[in-house]
Write a protein that binds this ligand. Structure first.
Ligand SMILES: [Zn+2]
Length: 424
């Protein structure tokens, strides 16, 4: 055998080894993701839904168990005769995450265990546009600290995810522009990591992208591969899931649908342009049509509109319809471009959905072409105002799910010792 033959065979074996390792990582990720999203599952259900054979499943469950991420236990009693088959479930404390949401009117934090077990969550309303990035990350740390301290002693903090209403670069959590927070060029990911005392990085994403992720993984869009989530806050954002994957653009800025032109003769937008979708269908437009002073900006607009709408106030109902029509026109544009199966309305559109559904559908029919219009359903969010927070948790889980063997057991934060806790 010549030298070249030996070395090429070596190379072949090495690449086979790499391929086998990649396949195993992929299979581990598939099984863990299934249990994380579907809850307790029997081995035979896992085999059926993943297409892997039972001995491979047994092997993978053994490895995930060894990593502290899943455990097996008795299942629910079956309706037929015989003993219930055992089920595999996640060990929530095996990979817990901290989720953060920075919205225009509030900040929220939650601690969530693998499998989606919410240990604790807290939302603090805040007046609009009054807080610097530094004050905000300090407030986040103050809210998060008691939640982190209350996690089970044995937990691993596997990640921290944060959603923010602004143009965000995914790779390092840099916020270029958050007009409704009044922020520009903020290294938010790095600031949060420092303030929270993390050894790992914070995954930061746009809140509409996280709303889309949450609805796709745990909400009204479960398993719907082509989905658009529209968030109505102070502005309008869109999060797009295409073929089961988030569509983020080259750097994470995709989905700024709120600043697409919809009415050249329209109103001035906070971005500086005229006639943006959000200046015609956003909160400011709603206040304008309903005759609510701009000084009400914030929670006041939605609360006032809801109260008046529930009381049957005619002007308010007309205002909601007008906003709904503009919203629908913009959705029709998105339907033509992206051909979604489902458009989910979140943020304040979720709260107003019963009042604006008909106008939204009518508006979207006016714009959408027949064929894509027929397949696109428009629905209200399942998760309501918590969608971006749930999405932030899912984002934080993504590292451990993508590579369970590589990520399990690694905490992104050095935990205070138990002695230290009891002494303080
Ligand atoms: Zn704009």
């Amino acid at each position: 055998m010549s030298r070249t033959e030996i070395s090429s065979r070596d190379g072949l074996n090495r690449s086979r080894g790499v391929a086998t390792e990649e396949l195993r990582r992929h299979n581990l990720a598939t099984v863990l993701e299934h249990i994380h999203l579907s809850g307790p599952t029997s081995r035979s259900e896992l085999a059926a839904s993943t297409g892997l054979n039972r001995s491979t499943i047994a092997d993978l469950i053994g490895e995930l168990g060894g990593l502290g991420l899943v455990e097996e236990g008795p299942g629910m009693a079956a309706s037929g005769p015989g003993r219930p088959s055992p089920v595999v479930r996640t060990r929530p404390q095996g990979a817990a995450v901290l989720a953060i949401e920075l919205s225009v009117d509030s900040i929220a934090v939650a601690t969530v265990g693998l499998g989606g077990l919410v240990y604790d969550q807290f939302r603090e309303p805040r007046p609009r546009g009054r807080f610097s990035p530094q004050e905000t990350v300090q407030d986040v740390a103050k809210l998060a600290e008691p939640l982190l301290a209350a996690l089970p002693a044995s937990h691993v903090l596997a990640g921290v995810g944060a959603g923010v209403t602004g143009l965000t670069r995914r790779s390092d959590g840099f916020v270029h522009l958050a007009p409704n927070l009044g922020w520009r060029n903020v290294p938010l990911g790095a600031m949060l990591a420092t303030e929270l005392g993390l050894t790992g990085q914070v995954d930061v994403a746009n809140e509409a992208d996280l709303g889309a992720l949450a609805e796709y993984r745990r909400g009204v869009g479960s398993g719907v591969g082509h989905l658009i989530y529209i968030s109505g806050e102070a502005g309008i954002g869109a999060g797009i899931i295409q073929d089961g994957k988030p569509m983020l653009g080259s750097t994470g800025y995709a989905g700024e649908a709120g600043h697409t032109l919809i009415n050249p003769g329209g109103h001035k937008c906070r971005c500086g342009a005229v006639g943006c979708w959000e200046s015609e269908a956003g909160e400011a437009a709603l206040a304008r049509h309903a005759g609510i002073p701009v000084t009400f900006a914030g929670l006041g607009v939605l609360d006032t509109v809801l109260t008046r709408a529930n009381a049957g106030d005619r002007r308010t109902l007309v205002a909601i319809s007008e906003v709904g029509r503009w919203l629908g026109l913009g959705i029709g544009n998105l339907i033509n471009v992206f051909n979604p199966e489902l458009v989910v309305l979140g943020g304040f559109y979720h709260a107003l959905f019963p009042f604006l559904e008909a106008a939204v559908i009518e508006g979207s029919r006016l714009r959408a072409l027949d064929a894509p219009g027929k397949v696109a359903r428009i629905a209200s969010s399942d998760l309501g105002s918590d969608a971006p927070l749930i999405g932030a948790a899912e984002l934080a889980f993504s590292g451990v799910i993508a590579d369970p063997a590589g990520a399990a057991g690694h905490s992104v934060r050095i935990q205070p010792s138990v002695e230290g806790k009891s002494g303080g």
